[in-house]
Design a protein around this ligand. Structure first.
Ligand code: PBG
Length: 329
C-alpha cells in the first residue's frame, strides 16, 4: 500500500540556492533607494542623533562627501532635511523662503560637485517654524490656503537651487496643483513632484523631529492635516487627488506598518509608488540590532524586500548606504 504523497511540492524549487535565485519574484537593487540626510550649519560638523544611532546631521561640506559616496554606491537620489537653529525659526517659517538657507545651500553645493545624483527637496514649514507645525497657524488652526501660498514659493526657491524632485510633505489640500502651476510658470516644467500622498499622523516620526530640531518646539499634534492611521479608503482619495493635480509619483508614509496601503495604491493607480521607512522604523530596528536581538543586515534587507513585494518602486530609507553596500558586495 503506497502512501498518498503530494504531486505538487512547493519545497522542490526551494531546495537549492540556484533555484531559489532563479524563481525569486522580487529583486532589490541600489536603484530602489532614496537616502534622506540631515543638514546642519557649520563646517566639518557631524552631530549624532540620539534616537537614530548611526545617523548624523552633516554640515554642507560633509553632505557633499555623502553625496559622492551615494553616487559611487549607485544610489540615485538624496532627500535633504535641514536642522534649522532656533534663532532662525519664527511663527511663519520665513527661513523656508531664504534662497541661502541650509537646504538650498546644500543643493547648490551637491549639484556642483555631484551633478549626476538626483535631489529631492521636502516642502513643508515644520523645520522652519517656531511651533513645529507644517503650516501657518492662526488661533490654533493650521490655515490651508494661506499655507499653500507659502509652499508654492518654497518650492520655486528649491527648484532654483537645483531640486530635481519637489516632495510636499505638508498634507495641505490642493498644494500639488498649486505647486505644479507655479513651478511651470517659473520655468521649471522639468522639475518632478513626488507627493507625500498618503501621509499619516504617526507616532513613528519622533526621532525625525529630534533630527530636525522640532522635538522640543512642536505644540500639539498634526491630526488636522495628516491622515488618521485608521483609514484606508481615505488614502485612495488622497492619492487620486494628488495624481489629478499633477504628481509624477506618490509616496506612502510611514512604511512597514502601512504595506497594505502601498499594495492598494500600486494596484489601483499603477503610479511610481514610494515608501518612506521613517525615523521611528529605523530607530526600532537599530535598537533591536544594538541589543543583539536581530541580525541587522538580514532584517534590514528583508524590510526592503517587503516594501518592494508590497508594490513599492523604491524606498526612502536611512539605511540606504548600508543596503547599497550589502547589495554591491
Ligand atoms: C515634515 C516631515 C516629517 C517627516 C518627513 N517630513 C515629520 C512630520 O511630519 O512631523 C518624517 C520623516 C521621518 O520620520 O523619518 N513635514
Amino acid at each position: 500500500m503506497t502512501a498518498r504523497f503530494p504531486l505538487t511540492r512547493l519545497r522542490r524549487p526551494r531546495a537549492h540556492d540556484w533555484s531559489r535565485r532563479m524563481m525569486r519574484e522580487t529583486i532589490l537593487t541600489p536603484d530602489d533607494l532614496i537616502w534622506p540626510i540631515f543638514i546642519c550649519e557649520g563646517k566639518a560638523v557631524r552631530q549624532p542623533i540620539g534616537s537614530m544611532p548611526g545617523v548624523e546631521r552633516l554640515s554642507v561640506d560633509l553632505a557633499v562627501v555623502a553625496a559622492k559616496e551615494a553616487a559611487s554606491l549607485g544610489i540615485p537620489c538624496l532627500a535633504l532635511f535641514p536642522s534649522t537653529p532656533k534663532d532662525k525659526r519664527d511663527e511663519r517659517g520665513d527661513e523656508a523662503l531664504n534662497r541661502d538657507n541650509l537646504i538650498n545651500t546644500a543643493m547648490r553645493a551637491i549639484k556642483d560637485a555631484v551633478p549626476e545624483i538626483g535631489l529631492l527637496a521636502d516642502v513643508a514649514l515644520d523645520p522652519y517654524t517656531s511651533h513645529g507645525q507644517d503650516g501657518l497657524v492662526e488661533d490654533g488652526v493650521i490655515l490651508n490656503d494661506e499655507t499653500v501660498g507659502v509652499l508654492v514659493q518654497q518650492a520655486v526657491v528649491q527648484a532654483e537651487a537645483g531640486a530635481d524632485i519637489i516632495a510636499p510633505s505638508d498634507m495641505m489640500d490642493g498644494r500639488i496643483g498649486a505647486i505644479r502651476t507655479e513651478l511651470d510658470k517659473a520655468g521649471f516644467q522639468h522639475v518632478q513632484i513626488m507627493a507625500y500622498a498618503a501621509k499619516y499622523a504617526s507616532a513613528f516620526y519622533g526621532p525625525f523631529r529630534e533630527a530636525v530640531g522640532s522635538d522640543g518646539v512642536l505644540k500639539g499634534d498634526k491630526k488636522t492635516y495628516q491622515m488618521d492611521p485608521a483609514n484606508r479608503l481615505e488614502a485612495i482619495r488622497e492619492v487620486a487627488m494628488d495624481i489629478a493635480e499633477g504628481a509624477d509619483s506618490v509616496m506612502i508614509k510611514p512604511g512597514m506598518p502601512y504595506l497594505d496601503i502601498i499594495r492598494e495604491v500600486k494596484d489601483r493607480f499603477g503610479m511610481p509608488t514610494y515608501a518612506y521607512q521613517v525615523s521611528g522604523e529605523y530607530a526600532m530596528l537599530m535598537a533591536a540590532v544594538q541589543n543583539g536581538w536581530l541580525d541587522g543586515d538580514k532584517a534590514i534587507l528583508e524590510a526592503m524586500l517587503a516594501f518592494k513585494r508590497a508594490g513599492a518602486d523604491g524606498v526612502l530609507t536611512y539605511f540606504a548606504p548600508r543596503v547599497a553596500k550589502l547589495l554591491n558586495d
